[in-house]
Ligand binder design. Structure first.
Ligand SMILES: [Fe+2]
Length: 233
């Protein structure tokens, strides 16, 4: 299997440089983007074939475009970034390498990858969404999340112990609360669950580890005899 960075070395160079130019390090760095490339490629190859896998891999490579603008202009993830800016950046990365139809499928995937699942989602978008979710279900997510949201309470113990924690992604209270949200990506009852067959397998395996992590923390706090403590809220 040829790697995206072997197929499109110039594109990869341009994307890496954009991350470097704005100092995009941490949770959504170039390593995260490349991990999403690799997973998007595999999910897509398994379900849609090599051509779509190439487009989905490239979409994975470009999917930090919004984060680059956030970093460049000191924005938060609640700030809107103009579609034209994302389009311009991604088009510049692609250069003359692809047809206008291929370019459009990739740009649409990049623009929509943080949405909820849609009935008419294109295969490239589905694979990008699934890959981003699968990568963010990995065991290093709590660490990345703690780094990204270092201003938040690490664990809202008072609302966590023995309960099904529910946090708002857009207005979270604790780092662990955000971590709990990723479990929705492996839950078929939600409209953000992964959809590809390989993605489902990977997500379920990873979600089990996150669920165990939560159960273990619950047990460890109990073991420390902390259940009667009035935790700060
Ligand atoms: Fe991502």
């Amino acid at each position: 299997m040829r790697q995206i960075w072997e197929l499109f070395p110039k594109i990869c160079e341009r994307v890496e440089k954009s991350h470097k130019d704005v100092g995009l390090v941490g949770a959504h760095d170039i390593v995260h983007a490349v991990r999403v490339v690799q997973v998007a490629y595999q999910l897509s190859l398994d379900e849609y074939g090599e051509y779509t896998a190439m487009l989905a891999g490239l979409a994975g490579l470009f999917h930090n475009a919004d984060r680059i603008f956030e970093k460049k202009f000191g924005l938060t993830r609640n700030d809107e970034i103009a579609e034209d800016q994302i389009r311009g950046l991604v088009s510049g990365w692609i250069g003359e390498n692809l047809s206008s139809d291929e370019k459009e499928r990739i740009i649409c995937a990049v623009l929509c990858h943080r949405n909820k699942n849609g009935e008419n989602d294109d295969a490239v978008l589905i694979c990008l969404m699934d890959a981003d979710r699968v990568v963010n279900l990995a065991v290093d997510f709590p660490i990345r999340c703690g780094q990204e949201f270092s201003n938040l309470l690490a664990v809202d113990y008072g609302n966590f112990l023995g309960k099904n924690l529910k946090e708002s992604y857009w207005h979270p209270k604790s780092v662990l609360g955000i971590v709990s949200l990723v479990l929705e990506w492996a839950d078929p009852a939600t409209n953000v669950c992964v959809r590809t067959r390989l993605g489902k397998k990977m997500a379920e395996k990873r979600a089990k580890i996150i669920r165990d992590f939560f159960a273990n923390l619950d047990n460890q706090i109990e073991e420390e005899n902390m259940l009667d403590y009035s935790f700060p809220r």
